[in-house]
Write a protein that binds this ligand. Structure first.
Ligand SMILES: [Mn+2]
Length: 411
């Protein structure tokens, strides 16, 4: 990790919460992610499994966490197995984690070598009332295992202060990357050159990299919701929609901004942009405890209906003939308004549950008009609190006039 590790107190608390949610006398086995082969002797960059990281703070492959939270012998309640460094692995990859380091990162006292796990499981499995596993193969083929993910999902939905801090750091890096983009964008710039500004700033700032494949979509490309080719030239008079976010200590930021390539919104672009910004601001205000995600999305759809009418995209007689199953606003707004954010850019979330203080959710309305070849989306990360929504990206320029000013002054 390039950044300061998260204090072990977070992972200790996460395991305590986990223990409270598991059946009495049960045991849980959680595996680290594997290195994924790329080609020949090469591997994709390693990214720890989010559930494993949530419970351990460890960024290492071939690790296994065994929790027997209610075991009579306290020394068997939490055991982390890590791979032993060999002379060969040390020569090629340098020293791996020592047991002392694993202990200080995770707060787990019992750190053992991975080759001891079989013997350990033989010792603790027979007494377990139930076994939870995080690997699908295990609980799908074997009825003796129960899936762990519903329990972790419930916990991961509400963020601890340390987690919000990491997300905030990721949003700050994302902000600097956006400022670089504003300096660089002009007619003739390639979309991938804007992407280069983003990754350049992420790398300089010590982020892991992108939290997800960035979208840099100029002109009509913005109509392709998951456009990631980023290979077109940004043309004078077009907009460029960007959806990007840094990952820091495995925590994601998720931001969308749409800017005029030449630094000035045309009259129509401004009308559309202001509509998206109005919906964004109103939608954000609705993000309060107790709200159900699907209702929130429909309420934002109703805001859109009003804006679409004002923009002349359809008429009130079109509105009168719409059906509840197929609301007319979906013509120009096809994606959801929010998702949970955390260790994953689309963090696990139980959509039947209402918003609660401590949740971090995106707010991302957009408009996509095929007839006009225009797509605009604005997206910030919002912390739900008892005292109303807190915009974690309020410092990332979003007002049209501010964007224009920044684009003119840095040219
Ligand atoms: Mn998003």
């Amino acid at each position: 990790m390039k950044s300061t590790p998260i204090p072990a107190s977070l992972f200790i608390r996460n395991r305590e919460k986990m223990a409270g949610s598991l059946a009495s006398g049960s045991l849980a086995v959680i595996m680290s992610a594997k290195r994924m082969p790329r080609n020949g002797d090469q591997f994709y960059p390693f990214r720890q499994g989010s559930d494993f990281f949530y419970l351990t703070g460890i960024n290492l492959e071939e690790c296994i966490l065994v929790l027997c939270p209610h075991h009579a012998d306290p020394s068997l309640r939490e055991t982390l197995f890590i791979p032993k460094t060999t002379a060969r692995s040390e020569l090629w990859s340098g020293p791996s984690l020592t047991r002392k380091e694993a202990e200080s990162l995770s707060g787990i006292r019992e750190i053992r070598w991975a080759d001891e796990v079989d013997a350990f499981l033989k010792l603790v499995l027979p007494g377990a009332s139930m076994v939870y596993a995080d690997q699908k193969e295990m609980f799908e083929n074997d009825q003796d295992f129960a899936p762990l993910s519903p329990h972790i999902t419930r916990l991961r939905m509400v963020k601890e202060t340390e987690e919000v801090e990491e997300i905030k750091k990721a949003t700050r890096i994302t902000r600097s990357a956006f400022l670089k983009v504003l300096e660089r964008a002009e007619p003739g710039t390639m979309e991938y050159q804007l992407e280069a500004e983003i990754i350049g700033e992420f790398t300089r700032s010590g982020a892991n990299g992108h939290a997800y494949e960035p979208i840099v979509a100029s002109g009509k490309n913005a109509l392709i919701l998951h456009y990631i080719q980023n290979h077109s030239m940004c043309q004078d008079g077009d907009l460029v929609l960007m959806d990007f976010g840094a990952e820091l200590n495995n925590y994601a930021a998720d931001c969308s901004r749409t800017i005029p390539v030449n630094g000035r919104f045309s009259k129509r672009q401004m009308e559309l942009y202001e509509a998206v910004l109005r919906v964004f601001k109103q939608a954000m205000k609705m993000m309060n405890p107790g709200v159900i995600m699907a209702d929130f999305h429909n309420d934002v759809g109703a805001l859109w209906e009003e804006e679409h009418l004002k923009l002349g995209l359809y008429t009130s007689s079109d509105v009168a003939s719409q059906t509840k199953a197929d609301p007319i606003w979906k013509r120009y707004y096809m994606h959801g308004t929010t998702h949970s954010l955390g260790l994953d850019v689309h963090d696990p979330f139980d959509r039947s549950q209402p918003f609660e203080p401590g949740m971090v959710l995106t707010c991302e309305p957009g408009i996509y008009i095929r007839e006009e070849g225009t797509g605009i989306r604005l997206e910030n990360d919002i912390l739900i609190t008892e005292n109303g929504p807190v915009d974690l990206m309020k410092d990332i320029p979003i007002e049209a006039a501010h964007i224009e000013e920044l684009m003119s002054c840095c040219k």
